[in-house]
Design a binder for this molecule. Structure first.
Ligand code: M6R
Length: 365
């Protein structure tokens, strides 16, 4: 059952602290990252210096965050491919190319076909899957399970943050074994990862505030979301959530790219969500916010206390995220974006769990 919540999606949003805890637990052994149980040797990320993530939808968006983690922490070149396009692009697969396939269901046909193609070309396949014993886990060389439990709502929430969790663990692991971060730094990162469940709990306590803030979307058929770096990747997912369950046409834009065309669409009253969590990028983001404000955008700001000053956006339109190390900010931000989509759909009276024209598992190409 829905455990007292109006929809499975709301229940699953609340299950994230446990999902993340359960996904982390098997991979910290004696205070260190471990993937021994999956048979992944310690030399793995020395031998595989080229990663291609293949996935669809939300799982692909998790891969975009994973890409930045592999780059930042482990210095491993990583591409992200939409599974349905992968086979059409003649992807370059050389010895030492590792495919990471990401899937909640483990049954998405586009992803299965891409895996088969990559294997034929000689790639090793590591999958990140939620459903035990599914096709994708079967056909992969290695499988790391997310422990999100059954996800019923069509809109993916806890599977996404659990997939992110695995990417953090893998990137920290690779960086540590390749000598790019010290044991001390890596345990600092692991401590931060283990704080995520509690931090998500703090967001959930403020859900009524998100509900109020969300009213901006109700009258609009269009919305934009702007951010840089990890914030941009996260907004691609936030935007998909809003589209799929509330039917608001929403576009996530890399803030710097707006002025290359899309800013023509920013007119009076259009809702714009700005996500600003990365300290090093904040000052550039301020000027992008000014640009859209001066064209009359109706702003929602999601940021952190340390970056909020000078933003010039009223408190009522601002969600202040708890402070974490910059690299971990996608977690609390993800939950706010999920709540925004949830409340928009809920308040409009839609069937949140079963959006029109969508299936939980996509078994056609
Ligand atoms: O089961 P999968 O993770 O392979 O599914 C991939 C996508 O179909 C899925 O994430 C889809 O985008 C969700 N409905 C998004 O909420």
């Amino acid at each position: 059952g829905k455990g007292g919540y109006a929809f499975y999606m709301e229940k699953e949003i609340h299950e994230q602290p446990d999902a993340i805890k359960d996904t982390v637990a098997p991979h910290i052994v004696d205070g260190k990252t471990s993937f021994e149980a999956e048979g992944i040797p310690n030399s793995f990320f020395r031998e595989n210096q080229n990663i291609v993530v293949i996935a669809c939808g939300t799982a692909m968006h998790a891969g975009l965050i994973g890409q930045q983690l592999f780059h930042t922490l482990a210095n491993i070149h990583t591409d992200v491919a939409v599974a349905s396009e992968f086979t059409y692009t003649n992807p370059v697969i050389k010895p030492g190319t590792l495919v990471i396939a990401v899937s909640q269901s483990g049954e998405t046909v586009d992803t299965i076909e891409a895996i088969k193609y990559a294997k034929k070309k000689g790639a090793k396949v590591l999958s990140i899957v939620n459903v035990k014993g599914s096709t994708i886990s079967d056909i992969s060389d290695y499988c790391i399970y997310t422990h999100a439990g059954p996800e019923i709502a069509v809109a993916s929430t806890k599977a996404y943050t659990s997939q992110l969790t695995v990417f953090y663990l893998l990137a920290i692991h690779a960086a540590r074994l390749n000598g790019l971060v010290s044991e001390e730094e890596s345990s600092k990162f692991l401590n931060e990862l283990q704080r995520v469940p509690e931090v998500i709990g703090q967001i959930l306590e403020k859900k009524e505030f998100v509900k109020k803030m969300t009213s901006k979307f109700l009258l609009s058929e269009n919305a934009f979301m702007i951010g840089r770096g990890l914030d941009y990747s996260l907004l691609l997912e936030g935007s998909l959530k809003l589209k799929e369950i509330s039917y608001v046409h929403s576009e996530a834009y890399a803030s710097g790219e707006l002025k290359h065309g899309t800013i023509a669409l920013i007119t009076d009253g259009i809702p714009v969500v700005a996500l600003v969590t990365q300290s090093a990028l904040a000052s550039k983001e301020y000027s992008n916010i000014r640009e859209v404000q001066s064209r009359g955008a109706s702003m929602i700001l999601i940021t952190r206390e340390s970056l909020y000053k000078d933003m010039n956006i009223p408190e009522d339109d601002t969600f202040i995220l708890p402070e974490m190390d910059d690299m971990f900010m996608p977690f609390p931000a993800a939950v706010v974006m999920q709540l925004i989509a949830y409340y928009t759909s809920y308040t409009k009276g839609f069937d949140v769990d079963k959006p029109r024209n969508l299936a939980k598992v996509v078994t056609v190409e």
